[in-house]
Ligand binder design. Structure first.
Ligand code: IMP
Length: 427
């Protein structure tokens, strides 16, 4: 029997996916990251200690399990080495990590170009990227000018490919952006060392996963970012450069769609967004500020304050459809404690018309006026609750409202930051 779970974000990221992975972790045999790169920031709190992963699967906190970095990921070697050495300093075991030779490498010029492109876009056109070189690295992948992990571990191949690739980048850097060219040796020498450091981890991850699936091992595919940041289906151009919705899991690993047994969609009990782009239910007032403070809504990767607002039902319906969500993990419900009335957007007004569907046109998205239903809030502390019935009636009603509106059961509820502050309804 196959046992493959896919975990994806439902909104604009930062739903608390790391915590959900961590909760499921004890039952999982293999953890996989398959898209995005060090733009992600998965925060997990264990025994009161905060651990943030950008690149490594959150499952790295479970000793002895296998963690895979799939081919669809863009791998920042410096970040990788920092995160692994931090973990090894805690006494983690080395044998647990496998990297696809086909994963593309984020090079220093990708990070530089990310910054230069953002500056050139200027105010009003900026994407608000994390500056981690993600977009330029995926551009090179699709332009077939990328360096893959397998290129990095062979110094001759690296020299040969980097020579013409860097030449092209330097044309851009000097002629378009009027910056100094990057000297070959300053890129080549560290890259060669990164290759040496990565080599012991490189494995045929597709085959490894294939065998694991066929043996019935429990695989958890950890999506990064979220559906509304998807390169095809998100709020383009204010998106990230990978397929963040469910379909990305197949290209990003080499597994097949019929390998999947379940899609877990992670929904934050309210909505946040980092970076630019439309956000119909954004709250610019006191409530938005209260959500930011109560929820600690500051970016795990960039430290930027997150934009905060209310749950958006049409947006979430779109996201559930896109991902084929079977169950919801609802996170950060405790942040809504003491908020008074809780707003939920059920439709929008656009050009004098009421619409109940998430529009596909990003420009229209920016013009939407949300219509809210106000649900009664609660003031009681819920962070101690272990059972659904222990929560105040209004908190229970909020969860039921979400289930009914989205027609997807809420199987897990986060009521506090710690691993133990979770209500499990049969996930
Ligand atoms: P990039 O992925 O750095 O190119 O950034 C593109 C957009 O995606 C920006 O709006 C970022 O703020 C957003 N983004 C990228 N990664 C994350 C994440 O892990 N959480 C939330 N937003 C993200």
């Amino acid at each position: 029997m196959k046992n493959v779970d896919l975990l994806v974000g439902a909104q604009w990221g930062d739903e608390g996916k790391g915590k959900v992975v961590d909760i499921l972790g004890s039952e999982v045999d293999v953890f996989v990251r398959y898209q995005g790169g060090a733009n992600a920031g998965h925060t997990v709190v264990v025994d009161g200690q905060k651990v943030v992963f950008h690149l490594l699967p959150s499952g790295m906190l479970y000793p002895g399990k296998l963690c895979v970095l799939g081919n669809g990921l863009v791998l920042d070697p410096e970040q990788f080495l920092n995160e692994t050495s931090e973990l090894y300093a805690r006494g983690q075991d080395r044998a647990r990590l496998a990297i696809s030779p086909h994963a593309h490498v984020v090079m220093p010029y990708h990070k530089l170009l990310d910054k230069l492109q953002e500056e050139a876009r200027g105010k009003g056109r900026k994407i608000g990227t994390t500056g981690r070189g993600i977009g330029p690295c995926y551009v090179d992948k699709y332009a077939r000018s990328g360096l893959r992990v397998e290129d990095l571990i062979d110094p001759d191949v690296l020299r040969e490919r980097l020579t013409y690739i860097l030449d092209e980048k330097n044309q851009l850097i000097t002629k378009l952006y009027n910056q100094k060219p990057l000297p070959f040796d300053e890129i080549y020498e560290p890259a060669k060392k990164w290759g040496e450091a990565l080599a012991p981890y490189v494995a045929d991850t597709r085959e490894l996963l294939r065998r694991a699936v066929d043996e019935g091992q429990h695989i958890l595919l950890e999506g990064a970012q979220a559906a509304l940041l998807d390169i095809d289906h998100g709020t383009y151009p204010y998106v990230t450069s990978s397929s963040t919705s469910a379909s990305g899991a197949f290209t990003g690993t080499g597994l097949a769609p019929n390998d999947l047994t379940r899609v877990i969609s992670v929904v934050k009990a309210y909505t946040t967004r980092v970076g630019e782009g439309p956000f119909p239910t954004e709250d610019f007032g006191d409530d938005g500020e209260k959500l930011r403070q109560n929820g600690g809504e500051f970016g795990a990767t960039t430290g930027r304050p997150r934009r905060c607002g209310w749950l958006d039902i049409p947006g979430l319906r779109y996201s559930m459809e896109l991902n084929g969500a079977n169950v919801i993990a609802l996170t950060k419900l405790d942040v809504l404690t003491g908020m008074g009335g809780i707003k939920v957007c059920t439709s929008y007004d656009l050009d004098g018309e009421k619409i109940t569907k998430w529009p596909t046109d990003t420009r229209k998205l920016a013009e939407l006026k949300p219509n809210y239903e106000i649900l009664p809030g609660w003031n009681e502390d819920i962070t101690w609750c272990k059972k659904f019935e222990e929560m105040p009636a209004n908190a229970q009603a909020y969860v039921k409202y979400i289930e009914n509106a989205l027609n997807v059961p809420v199987a897990l509820i986060g009521v506090g930051p710690d691993r133990n502050q979770t209500i499990n309804r049969g996930i």
